[in-house]
Design a protein around this ligand. Structure first.
Ligand code: UD1
Length: 336
């Protein structure tokens, strides 16, 4: 019995592949390297000392996807093959709806055809739009997404709810990620944004290593302790372990649609991140205060109680680990 990981060579997919292999699970990775590289597969093998099957494939290719279900005993699927760049999604909405939503439909339809009904979906805190109450629980209102990327996440959640309502023999788990950062402690896998990074941590490390002159802090007039935006940063290894716990829950209980926030429950501001980075790595991060970024909200952090109670999962790594591991990955990549 194997777990299929479309997008398993990507940032969160590769870290989850490592945790699944470490937990003794069999995995099959599907990836077209549109936002990843074949080197990642060797890195996963090196870290775990374990092997797995790999198919180079666009997960929307139904014919080839079906072949994978025929050749392997796929018991469950964790979908990491979504496009995730917010700014790009505004410029290329059709590509985002096609890859994320049509891709999910192809995947779910293929799963149904082969009687595989265990599905874990990578969603995002972005589905909460502008939250009315902080910390955010899973019962908080969803909707009001501010970009096509976020809307694809919301649409796929709705599709999964409708699917489950039509056939309650599915086992579905929606994981709403807060802000994933960090890298595997080995420095062998990490985040590789293409072009100029949009997200905070990838930008901070590139200021620290001299790629960029300074960080633009998008606004210091928010209603937060220091005026800069507050987020729930979560180490990617903790996040990945959440998937293993979610799978165990579906294996044990089955037949249900479950939704969990994966966050630490702690909010840090942009300036907290800059200061923590210096403290953890000794590296200075020059910054200037600029205009607010359109679509940004003041504060977003999780109430992660439900995942703790129902999955037995809590984030264990702290901000220092997140900064050190992000920096270590960049340093290791430079040496290569
Ligand atoms: C964004 C997406 C979220 C996605 C996440 C991936 C939205 C509204 N947000 O979250 O869906 O899941 O990325 O990690 O769709 N900042 C700066 N300077 C920078 C970059 C960021 O000041 O150069 C600030 C931002 O204003 C924000 C914080 O840092 O306050 C975090 O930004 P970012 O890393 O881009 O994540 P989010 O916008 O929270």
């Amino acid at each position: 019995m194997a777990i299929l990981l479309p997008g398993g060579a990507g940032y969160i997919g590769s870290h989850t592949a490592v945790e699944l292999l470490k937990a003794g699970k069999e995995i099959v990775i599907v990836d077209d390297f549109s936002n990843s590289s074949p080197k990642v597969l060797d890195a996963i093998r090196k870290i775990t000392g374990k092997d797995f099957k790999f198919y180079e494939l666009d997960y929307k290719n139904k014919e080839k996807l079906e072949k994978i279900f025929e050749e392997n005993e796929i018991d469950s699927v964790i979908n990491f093959a979504g496009f995730k760049a917010v700014g790009e999604s505004v410029k290329k909405p059709l590509e985002y709806y096609e890859n994320n939503v049509s891709g999910a439909l192809v995947l779910l339809d293929t799963m149904r055809k082969y009687g595989c009904k265990k599905f874990i979906f990578s969603s995002s805190a972005t589905v909460y739009g502008t939250p009315e109450v902080i910390p955010i629980t899973e019962e908080s209102k969803t909707g009001g997404t501010t970009n096509p990327y976020g809307t694809t996440k919301l649409f796929i959640e709705k599709i999964l709810e409708d699917l489950y309502a039509s056939d309650n023999t599915w086992d579905i788990c929606i994981l709403r990620y807060f802000n994933p950062v960090g890298a595997h402690e080995s420095g062998l896998i990490g985040e590789e944004p293409q072009g100029i990074p949009n997200n905070l941590m990838p930008y901070i490390v590139r200021v620290a290593n001299g790629t960029f002159k300074e960080l633009s802090v998008f606004g210091n007039d928010y209603d937060t302790p220091d005026g800069t935006g507050v987020r729930d940063y979560i180490h990617v290894v903790d996040l990945s372990k959440g998937h293993v716990k979610a799978l165990e829950k579906l294996d044990k209980e089955g037949n249900g649609l479950y939704i969990y926030n994966l966050g630490t429950g702690i909010g840090y501001s942009v300036l907290d991140m800059v200061n923590a980075f210096k403290k953890s790595t000794g590296k200075e991060v020059a910054y200037k205060i600029t205009e607010r970024r359109p679509g940004d909200i003041a504060t977003c952090y999780a109430d992660p109680t439900k995942a703790k109670v129902e999955l037995g999962w809590v984030a264990e790594k702290n901000l220092e680990d997140m900064c050190k591991d992000s920096w270590n990955y960049i340093e290791m990549s430079q040496k290569k």
